[in-house]
Ligand binder design. Structure first.
Ligand SMILES: C[S@@+](CC[C@H](N)C(=O)[O-])C[C@H]1O[C@@H](n2cnc3c(N)ncnc32)[C@H](O)[C@@H]1O
Length: 298
C-alpha cells in the first residue's frame, strides 16, 4: 500500500502511558488499539527483550503501517486484525492466559483521517464510508440514507454533543437524501444550520455530526464496557488497564466501570490530562483523558 502522507499518527500521552502501564519490564502487554503502532514502539523501547506485546486493531490498513514501522524493532510483537471486543478469542488463540497490562487509545488515527477513500473527513470529497473495519456491513452512507429522523437526531445530539441543532440537521439530512459522499453530507449539514454557525472560523460546522456518525458506524461506545469486562479474566494481580478517551460519554463509561468495581484499585478518579506542551505539539490531544486502574483480584 502506498502512503500518501508523511507523518505518523502522533501518539497521545506516551510518557504517562509508560509510567502507569508498565509494571514489569519483561511483562506481557496488550495494545487493543494498535493503530500505527506508536504506543507499541514506545513500550518496546521501554521494556526489555523478554517483554511480549500483542497489538490488535480492527483496521487492517493501519496494521500494515504498524507492521512496517515495527519490523526492525523486535520479534516480540504480534499484530492481529480483530475488534477489541473479541480480545478473549484473540488471547486464547495465542495461548495467552495472563497479561500485565491492557491499553486502549480510543478514537480515530491519522491514517484513517488522511488515508484515501476512508470517508472520515469533511475536508475531502469521498464516498461516505467511515468504517474502521472495512469488512463491516454498515457504513455512514447507509446510516444517513436509512435511519429515521429521530434516530439521526439522537445520534447527532448524543454522540456529536450537538445540543442545539441536532433536530434541524437531522431534518435536513432526510430532505437531502440520497447522500453518497462526504461533501453531500457537508452540504446537508450546512442547510440545517444558521449562517452564524456555518461561518464560524474556529470550528468547522460539520465536525460534531461527522464525529457522531463515526461513533455510530463503528459502535464505539457500545463496545467499550463489553471489552473492559473481558479484561478481568486475563489480568495478573497488580496488572494495569489504561484507557485514553476523547469523548465525555466514553470517559463516563470508563470512570463508572472502575469506580464501581471492587476488583480494581482506581488510580485516577481524576483523569490525567495532556500537558500544555503536548497540546501545543499535538492539538488532537487536547480532549484526551487518561484513566488507569490496577487489578487487585477477587
Ligand atoms: C487513536 S488510534 C490508536 C493510535 C495508536 N495508539 C498509536 O499510538 O499509533 C485508534 C485506533 O483504534 C482502532 N479501533 C477502533 N475501534 C476498534 C475496535 N473495536 N477494535 C480494535 N481497534 C479499534 C482504530 O482503527 C484506530 O486505529
Amino acid at each position: 500500500m502506498v502512503r500518501k502522507y508523511n507523518d505518523f499518527h502522533k501518539s497521545v500521552m506516551v510518557e504517562e502511558i509508560l509510567s502507569y502501564l508498565i509494571t514489569k519490564k519483561d511483562g506481557v502487554y496488550v495494545d487493543c488499539t494498535a493503530g500505527e503502532g506508536g504506543h507499541i514502539k514506545a513500550i518496546l523501547e521501554f521494556t526489555n527483550s523478554k517483554a511480549k506485546i500483542i497489538g490488535v486493531d480492527v483496521d487492517y490498513e493501519v496494521l500494515e503501517i504498524a507492521e512496517q514501522r515495527l519490523k526492525d524493532l523486535s520479534d516480540n510483537v504480534v499484530l492481529i486484525k480483530s475488534s477489541y471486543k473479541d480480545i478473549d478469542i484473540v488471547l486464547r488463540g495465542l495461548d495467552i492466559d495472563k497479561v500485565d497490562g491492557f491499553l486502549m487509545d480510543l478514537g480515530v488515527s491519522t491514517f484513517q483521517l488522511k488515508g484515501e477513500n476512508r470517508g472520515f473527513t469533511f475536508t475531502k470529497d469521498e464516498p461516505l464510508d467511515m468504517r474502521m473495519d472495512t469488512e463491516a456491513k454498515k457504513d455512514a452512507a447507509y446510516i444517513v440514507n436509512n435511519y429515521s429522523q429521530e434516530e439521526l437526531r439522537r445520534i447527532i445530539f448524543e454522540y456529536g454533543e450537538e445540543k442545539r441543532f441536532a433536530y434541524s440537521i437531522s431534518k435536513s439530512i432526510i430532505k437531502s437524501r440520497p447522500i453518497n459522499t462526504t461533501q453531500d453530507l457537508v452540504s446537508a449539514i450546512r442547510k440545517g444550520l444558521p449562517s452564524s454557525i456555518t461561518h464560524d472560523r474556529h470550528r468547522h460546522f460539520a465536525t460534531k455530526t461527522f464525529q457522531a456518525l463515526r461513533i455510530e458506524v463503528n459502535e464505539e461506545l457500545k463496545n467499550i464496557e463489553e471489552t473492559l469486562v473481558k479484561f478481568e479474566n486475563f489480568l495478573n494481580t497488580g496488572a494495569r488497564v489504561a484507557v485514553i478517551s476523547f469523548h465525555s460519554l466514553e470517559d463516563r463509561i470508563i470512570k463508572n466501570f472502575f469506580k464501581n468495581n471492587e476488583r480494581y484499585n482506581f488510580l485516577t478518579p481524576k483523569p490525567i490530562l495532556p500537558s500544555q506542551e503536548e497540546i501545543k505539539y499535538n492539538s488532537r490531544s487536547r480532549s484526551a483523558k487518561l484513566r488507569v486502574a490496577e487489578y487487585i483480584g477477587v
